[in-house]
Design a protein around this ligand. Structure first.
Ligand SMILES: Cc1cc2nc3c(=O)[nH]c(=O)nc-3n(C[C@H](O)[C@H](O)[C@H](O)COP(=O)(O)OP(=O)(O)OC[C@H]3O[C@@H](n4cnc5c(N)ncnc54)[C@H](O)[C@@H]3O)c2cc1C
Length: 382
């Protein structure tokens, strides 16, 4: 069976590796990262970065399960590709003791027996002195492979392995699909490609290609990057990734420890947009990426970081634009959309860490297999 995967991002590249490894004929249709985002006129993606938090703990057991399954395969993907992408520096979820967010994390921790320490107040301050948490705070500090991954390197690793197993990559954007009795044809500006079935892994762009809408909501996101010098990075060498809820605040900022970027500089990254700005059309999405982010959100994030890490020696602050793609269910859609077209899409802001499992589930779906997790990822109308 010839399977076309449309979209060479985190989920598509994972699906390609799983399918090619199982000796299916795999064609991946999707461009790589643009060299100059400010001038780029084609499609964009949500993985052009060096840091994504990875952890088993989540407030929803589904995300915990798919993330655990993926984390357990990171070493295998690194070995198959020869490309490292995983930094197991630890991850913490934290909030006011007894608050709904904290207790939802605690419930998953108990239900899924996630190996982690529950740290409070003085112990928390002793162990992670660079954070200035308010009183009555609990942090669940997880080891066991938790930390961060480079989403860029993970895509490269998956595609490198997929190629080794025989996948063919066409680095072009699909402009449309036509289904017929014997298969599906994917049209690009340079030509057409036939396959028996197609799996859409096109992230924020899926609703603009799909035969029926997933009703995804795509939101503009600004991240702030805080440059630190080598001594400051060394001082923070024990810093885990962090997701936290401040008392009385529904925001859920996420913070990555010092990570070296391709420009040779080292940054901490903080994300959490105070307002959700929805992007409705492909043109809106492309314009947003080209804009490079929102300076007011960057400044809001800088104030948040100074509250959390008052001693941090920041050399410079910069920002970047990205998008997150949400589904009505809050879980990805991995399902058939028509007789020959399926989708694996909708990362809901959490799809990097578990992308290998989401891609594997897409591969199971496409090859007529079954997996209990697919009952959580069905297409629903609204
Ligand atoms: C700022 C930010 C921080 C995040 N932090 C985390 C985190 O800490 N942990 C975590 O787990 N997740 C995180 N996420 C979410 C995660 O990055 C996404 O869920 C993940 O990238 C989704 O993977 P995807 O394959 O669906 O989409 P993408 O990685 O965006 O891939 C989609 C692919 O489709 C391609 N494409 C689009 N249109 C077409 C077309 N017409 N033809 C061909 N190809 C096409 C694109 O080029 C792209 O390669 C974050 C997201 C953002 C924006």
């Amino acid at each position: 069976m010839k399977i076309a995967i449309v979209g060479c991002g985190l989920i598509g590249a994972a699906a390609a590796r799983h399918l090619a490894k199982a000796e299916h004929q795999v064609l991946v249709i999707g461009p790589g990262e643009p060299e100059d985002k400010r001038r780029h006129q084609d499609v964009f993606a949500s993985h052009y970065d060096e840091g994504r938090i990875t952890r088993r703990l989540a407030t929803d057991a589904f995300w915990s399960d798919v993330s655990s399954a993926a984390i357990d395969r990171y070493a295998q993907i690194e070995a198959e590709s020869g490309i490292p992408f995983h930094t197991p520096c630890g991850a913490m979820m934290s909030g006011k003791t007894g608050a709904a967010f904290t207790e939802a994390a605690r419930a998953t921790r108990t239900a899924r027996r996630i190996r982690s320490e529950a740290l409070t107040d003085d112990v928390l301050a002793d162990r992670l002195p660079f954070f200035d948490f308010p009183p009555d705070f609990t942090g669940f500090l997880e080891g066991d492979g938790a930390g961060h991954i480079s989403p860029r390197a993970l895509v490269t690793a998956q595609i490198t392995a997929a190629r080794r197993y025989g996948a063919v990559i066409v680095p072009q954007a699909a402009m449309g699909l036509s289904e017929h009795a014997s298969g599906v044809t994917i049209h690009t500006a340079q030509g057409s490609h036939d396959a028996d079935i197609a799996l859409l892994c096109t992230g924020a762009m899926t609703d603009h290609l799909a035969p029926r809408a997933l009703h995804q909501q795509v939101y503009a996101r600004t991240v702030a990057l805080f440059e630190v010098d080598p001594p400051e990075a060394a001082r923070l060498s024990a810093m885990p990734t962090l997701v936290y809820r401040w008392p009385g605040d529904s925001a859920e900022p996420y913070l990555l420890p010092p990570i070296r970027y391709p420009n040779g500089k080292t940054y901490l990254k903080l994300g959490d947009d105070p307002v959700d700005v929805e992007l409705h059309t492909p043109a809106d999405i492309a314009d947003w990426f080209r804009s490079g982010g929102n300076a007011a959100v960057r400044d809001h994030l800088a104030a948040r970081l100074r509250q959390l890490m008052p001693d941090l020696a920041i050399q410079a602050v910069k920002m970047d634009a990205c998008v997150t793609t949400f589904t009505p269910s809050g879980r990805p859609v991995i399902d058939w959309l028509s007789p020959r077209v399926a989708a694996a899409s909708g990362g809901n802001g959490a799809g990097a860490k578990c992308s290998d499992e989401l891609g594997r589930l897409g591969a199971v779906l496409c090859t007529g297999g079954n997996d209990p997790q697919l009952s959580h990822t069905t297409w629903t109308d609204i």
